[in-house]
Design a protein around this ligand. Structure first.
Ligand SMILES: [Fe+2]
Ligand SMILES: [Fe+2]
Length: 358
């Protein structure tokens, strides 16, 4: 369990991610077991490479960078992993906005560490994408040119301190529900990166939950601030699972390749069911008049997010799209001297080694 410094009253789950952390640990054990029984020898000289690929995927083993893979599989993974990496990096902005205004030294230290974790996630993921034969420089350029996307959620503004809590609870929470199944993705480097990322995301969710719990049990003004943040972040968080299954273009093939394990709607439902119980413990209301338990489905009925709004935000017209990209471009340009200095230092070191060797 992570974050045992905080025990919520009234039977709150020990693991605020609703048992998902246990699934991450199970995926990690599975990964080790698959490696132990692994078919490490690779395909026989006369074996069909495509058949070998399918056999490895069907056997729940991992495709590794050295293995043959269909071009479309490689392209899908590059697109997905890069989009994920970009989201981690751009996602530092809305919360970074509150580092200088966190209400105490402790809150500031926690938020700094969290935002720094997100930078780390971006770097693991760029490294995982690089194993597919594309460089981090190219990927960053694709983001800066607007040819690759990042998660639409980070185009919403953070208006109050409670937004930091709502992002942790809902946005990191939705991220975990999305990402836990990716710990069992068929591509080894992505699966391994996701195991590390999910363990940290679980901690992020817990810190957001704890911020909201504190506010929700504070003064009437603090309670109102917490409720307002949940009201604004609820539907954008539901939209993080993507379009409804009927409109999801990439899903079927990704399922067959075992990149994706559950449909967008299944994951969204899981998230809703997880949040309802936790909102009750927080004493906050989920802003959905039609939210109710459905005995037949053994799940909550809920109002879908506004998918037209999602499409608008994805196409660049969200409240903060321009601001986020302008900030990223400026940060990239400001960091140019660091990249130049690192390259010059590496060249100098290489020169020294050559001299010693000569
Ligand atoms: Fe992250
Ligand atoms: Fe996170």
């Amino acid at each position: 369990m992570y974050g045992n410094d905080f025990s919520a009253p009234n039977g709150a789950p020990d693991d605020a991610s609703g048992g998902l952390l246990g699934e991450v640990e199970a995926a990690e054990a599975e990964l080790r077991a698959a490696a132990a029984r692994g078919r490490c020898v690779g395909p026989a000289p006369d074996e069909d490479l495509a058949a070998y690929f399918t056999e490895v995927v069907d056997a729940e083993q991992k495709i590794e960078p050295r293995d043959w893979m269909p071009d479309a599989y490689r392209r899908t993974l590059i697109r997905q992993i890069a989009q994920h990496a970009h989201s981690e990096i751009i996602g530092m902005q809305p919360e970074g906005n509150w580092i200088s205004r966190a209400p105490s030294l402790k809150r500031k230290a926690i938020l700094l560490a969290k935002v720094q974790d997100e930078a780390g996630h971006g770097l693991y993921l760029y490294a995982a994408a690089e194993t597919l034969g594309i460089s981090r420089d190219e990927l960053v350029q694709l983001l800066l040119d607007g040819r690759q996307k990042y998660s639409s959620i980070f185009n919403y503004p953070t208006l109050s301190w409670a937004d930091v809590g709502a992002i942790g609870w809902l946005v990191d929470g939705a991220a975990i529900v999305n990402q836990v199944p990716l710990c069992r993705c068929s591509y080894g480097p992505y699966a391994r990166a996701m195991i590390r990322v999910c363990k940290e995301e679980s901690f992020h969710q817990r810190q957001g939950y704890e911020i909201l719990h504190t506010l929700a049990h504070g003064t009437p003004a603090q309670q109102a601030m917490a409720q307002d943040a949940v009201d604004r972040w609820w539907y954008p968080s539901l939209a993080m699972f993507g379009p409804p299954d009927g409109d999801s273009t990439h899903s079927a093939q990704s399922m067959a390749w075992k990149i994706k394990r559950f449909s967008n709607d299944d994951l969204r439902q899981r998230f809703v069911d997880m949040c309802v119980q936790q909102a009750g413990i927080l004493g906050l209301r989920i802003p959905d008049e039609d939210l109710r338990w459905n005995d037949e489905r053994q799940a909550y009925d809920y109002t879908q997010p506004d998918y037209d709004e999602l499409m608008q935000v994805i196409s660049g017209n969200g409240p903060c799209n321009r601001e986020r990209m302008a900030h990223r471009r400026a940060a990239h340009a400001d960091g140019n001297w660091v990249r130049e200095a690192a390259a010059a230092y590496a060249a100098k070191r290489a020169g020294q080694k050559e001299t010693v060797a000569a």
